[in-house]
Design a protein around this ligand. Structure first.
Ligand SMILES: Nc1ncnc2c1ncn2[C@@H]1O[C@H](COP(=O)(O)OP(=O)(O)OP(=O)(O)O)[C@@H](O)[C@H]1O
Length: 613
C-alpha cells in the first residue's frame, strides 16, 4: 500500500493519550458487583466518591429490555429538569475510565472574554444580523446566552473549556427547540456550530432523563440512548471527539463506530457502555445484524449532513436503520436533522422521519457569504496544474502559505487525487491525499499530517467535502468543480469557519457549463464579484433550465418545503409561525446525479470498501 512521506511522518507522531486510572466511584461500583460492572444511570453517574452510593436502579424488568422506552417519558417537559443529578465531578457505572479530552490544551477554566475570542479570529458579531426563519407550531423562543439555558453545570464547564463564549445563531435557536422535546430540521451554514447544537440537548437530556433499562447479564447487546449518524468515517470521528469534550465528566459515555477500522476494538468500547453512539451507516448495520447493538432504547436520533444521509446513495440504509430495526418510531424518539444544505426533495423525504417538527433556517452565517472570498477562474483542463502551481507560488511569496495556512484541493477522481499529489510533491509542495481508495489508516494519517501543518496541502475527493472542521484551512481550491452546487457549498465551507475569513478558488471551463448558473447565483447572493464570462456561460446554460438551477427564481431555498403548495398531508403541523427572513439559507434546485468520487461506494456489497463509511 502506497504511503506518502508525510503520512509516515504523521504516523510516527501519532498521539498516545494516557488513560487515567478508574475513578474511586467506579471502583466502588465495580467492587460492589463482585468485579462485574454495575449499570448506573447517567443522571446518577456524576456523584463523587463522597456522595451517597447510587441506589440500585429500580428497573421494571417485567418488560424485556427490548421493550421500547415508555412513550414520551423523556419529552414534553419543555426543557424542565427532573431533579438534577448532574454537575458533580466523579464518575461511576460501567468501566468508566475517561481520558481527558482537554489534556493537550490549556485547561484553565478562566472565563474567556469576547475580546479574547475575537483575538482567536472568531467573530460572532458577524453573525448577529443573520435572518432566521422558523416554521412549525409553538416554536420555543431563542436564547442569547448559554447561561439562559439549563444545560447542567458539568456541561457548562465543558462549554467553558471549549472556550465558547456565547451560542452561535443556530445554537441560540436549535438548542431551546430540542430541549423542548421537539423534532427539528435545521439548516445553517457551514462552520456555524451545528455539532454543538445537536450534541448539547442530547447530552443534557441523557444526564437528566429517566434511567435506561440495563440489558440482562450475559447479553452482549448494548442499547444506546442516542444515535448520531454521519456520512463519512472522518466526520464520525470528529463528532465523537467533540461529543467527548462536551460530555467530559458528565457521566454520559460516547462511542464511535465506523467502517474501515477493526470492528473488535469498537466492540470492546461498546461493551464498556454507551449512551451516545456516533456511527456511519454501514458499520452500524453490521453491528445491528450481529445483534451487538439494539436501537430499542433510542431517545434521540441526529442525522448530521442530513441531506447527504437521505440522498439516493444512503437512503435505503438509513431507512433500514430507522424504520426496519427496533428503533422507537418518530414521535416516540426525538429526531434532529442538520445540514448546511437541504434540497426540497430531500426535505420531503426527511419528513418521513420526523413528527410535528420545527423547520429552522439560519441565514448564511458568513460561510459561503462574506467570510469566504470566492473566486472563479477560467482554466482549460490542460492548464490546471500550471495554474495551481502559480497560485501556490503566489501564496508562498505573499506569506499566505505560512506554517499554519493550509490548502485543500478538491478533485473529481481518486486517481486524479493521487496523480496531483505526486506531481505536487515532485514540485516541492508537500502534499497528501484523502479518498476512498486509501486505507483507513492512510486516510487518518493524511488528515493528521494536514491538520498538523506537516503537509500543508491536502488533495481530496468529495469524501472530505462535508463537515470536517480543520483549523487554519486558508484556501480551498476546486481544481475540478463538482457537478452539484450543494457539494460546492460544502467544499468551500472547509474554510471561513466560526467567523474566520477564508478564500475559495474554482477552476472553471466548458466541462462545468451546467454549474454556471447556480455558481453565478450563489456568488451573487454572497456579494461576490461574478466575472462577466461566467455570466455569459450562465445565460447560455439557463436556456436548458440546467439541473443545477436553484429554485425560487435565483433566491436560495432554505425554506420549509411545507410552505410550498405541494405539501398536503393530513394533519399538517405547519402553522407558519416565526420570523421570516426569506431568500437565504440552503439551496433548492437539487441537482442529483452529481456525486462523483467516492459516491459509488455506498452501494458496495459486503467486503467492498466504501469511501463513505
Ligand atoms: N458557541 C461557539 N463559540 C465558539 N466556537 C464555536 C461555538 N460553537 C461552535 N464553535 C466552533 O466552530 C467550529 C465549527 O463548528 P461545527 O464543526 O459544529 O460547524 P458545522 O456548522 O457543523 O459545519 P459544517 O456544516 O461544515 O459541518 C468548530 O471549531 C467549533 O468548535
Amino acid at each position: 500500500m502506497r504511503s506518502s512521506w508525510a503520512d509516515l511522518a504523521a504516523n510516527s507522531a501519532a498521539e498516545n493519550a494516557p488513560t487515567p486510572p478508574p475513578s474511586a466511584a467506579a471502583a466502588v461500583a465495580n467492587n460492589a458487583a463482585n468485579t462485574r460492572p454495575v449499570y448506573v444511570p447517567p443522571h446518577l453517574r456524576n456523584r463523587g466518591p463522597s456522595a451517597p452510593a447510587p441506589a440500585a436502579p429500580a428497573f421494571d424488568n417485567s418488560g424485556s429490555r427490548w421493550a421500547p422506552p415508555p412513550r414520551n417519558d423523556y419529552r414534553g417537559g419543555g426543557g424542565g429538569r427532573g431533579g438534577g443529578g448532574y454537575g458533580n465531578r466523579g464518575g461511576g457505572g460501567w468501566d468508566r475510565r475517561e481520558a481527558n479530552p482537554f489534556a493537550d490544551q490549556d485547561d484553565s477554566e478562566e472565563p474567556v472574554t469576547q475580546e479574547e475570542q475575537e483575538n482567536t479570529g472568531i467573530n460572532f458579531d458577524a453573525y448577529e444580523d443573520i435572518p432566521v426563519e422558523t416554521s412549525g407550531g409553538n416554536v420555543p423562543p431563542p436564547v442569547n446566552t448559554f447561561a439562559e439555558i439549563d444545560l447542567g453545570e458539568a456541561l457548562n464547564q465543558n462549554i467553558r473549556r471549549c472556550k465558547y463564549v456565547k451560542p452561535t445563531p443556530v445554537q441560540r435557536h436549535a438548542i431551546p427547540i430540542s430541549l423542548g422535546g421537539r423534532d427539528l430540521m435545521a439548516c445553517a451554514q457551514t462552520g456555524s456550530g451545528k455539532t454543538a447544537a445537536f450534541c448539547f440537548p442530547i447530552i443534557s437530556g441523557i444526564m437528566t432523563g429517566q434511567p435506561a433499562q440495563r440489558p440482562p447479564r450475559g447479553v452482549r447487546t448494548v442499547c444506546p440512548l442516542a444515535l448520531v449518524l454521519s456520512p463519512t468515517r472522518e466526520l464520525s470521528m470528529q463528532i465523537h471527539e467533540e461529543a467527548r469534550k462536551f460530555s467530559y465528566q458528565t457521566g454520559v459515555r460516547v462511542v464511535v463506530a465506523y467502517g474501515g477500522a477493526p470492528i473488535n476494538q469498537q466492540l470492546r468500547e461498546l461493551e464498556r457502555g454507551v449512551d451516545i453512539l456516533v456511527a456511519t451507516p454501514g458499520r452500524l448495520v453490521d453491528l445491528l445484524e450481529r445483534a451487538r447493538v439494539s436501537l430499542s432504547m433510542i431517545r434521540y436520533l441526529a442525522l448530521d449532513e442530513a441531506d447527504r444521509m437521505l440522498d439516493m446513495g444512503f437512503e435505503p440504509q438509513i431507512r433500514k436503520i430507522v424504520e426496519q430495526m427496533d428503533m422507537p418510531p418518530a414521535g416516540v424518539r426525538q429526531t434532529m436533522l442538520f445540514s448546511a444544505t437541504f434540497p426540497k426533495e430531500i426535505q420531503r423525504l426527511a419528513s418521513d422521519f420526523l413528527s410535528n417538527y420545527i423547520f429552522l433556517a439560519v441565514g448564511r452565517v458568513g460561510s459561503s457569504t462574506d467570510l469566504i472570498d470566492q473566486r472563479v477562474e477560467y482554466v482549460q483542463e490542460s492548464d490546471k496544474r500550471s495554474h495551481l502551481m502559480d497560485l501556490l507560488h503566489a501564496q508562498r511569496a505573499n506569506g499566505v502559505q505560512g506554517k499554519q495556512a493550509l490548502t485543500l484541493v478538491f478533485v473529481e477522481t481518486k486517481k486524479g487525487a493521487d496523480a496531483l499529489e505526486h506531481w505536487l510533491c515532485l514540485n516541492n509542495f508537500p502534499a497528501t491525499t484523502i479518498h476512498g481508495d486509501r486505507s483507513q489508516q492512510e486516510r487518518e494519517a493524511a488528515l493528521r499530517s494536514f491538520k498538523s501543518g506537516n503537509t500543508p496541502i491536502l488533495v481530496a475527493t468529495d469524501v472530505a467535502a462535508r463537515g470536517l472542521d480543520i483549523p487554519h484551512v486558508a484556501h480551498v481550491v476546486n481544481f475540478d468543480l463538482p457537478n452539484d452546487i450543494d457539494d460546492y457549498v460544502h467544499r468551500i465551507g472547509r474554510t471561513g469557519r466560526a467567523g474566520k475569513k477564508g478564500l475559495a478558488t474554482a477552476f472553471f471551463n466548458e466541462n462545468n457549463t451546467s454549474m454556471a448558473r447556480s455558481l453565478q447565483d450563489l456568488m451573487q447572493e454572497a456579494n461576490q464579484e461574478v466575472p462577466a464570462w461566467l455570466s455569459r456561460f450562465a445565460a447560455r446554460s439557463s436556456f436548458g433550465g440546467g439541473k443545477n438551477r436553484r429554485s425560487g427564481g435565483g433566491r436560495f431555498g432554505g425554506r420549509d418545503f411545507r410552505r410550498e403548495g405541494s405539501f398536503s398531508r393530513g394533519g399538517s403541523d405547519y402553522h407558519g409561525a416565526g420570523n421570516s427572513g426569506g431568500g437565504y439559507g440552503a439551496s433548492g434546485g437539487y441537482g442529483g446525479g452529481g456525486y462523483g468520487g467516492g459516491y459509488a461506494g455506498n452501494s458496495a456489497g459486503p467486503g467492498v470498501t466504501s469511501a463513505w463509511d
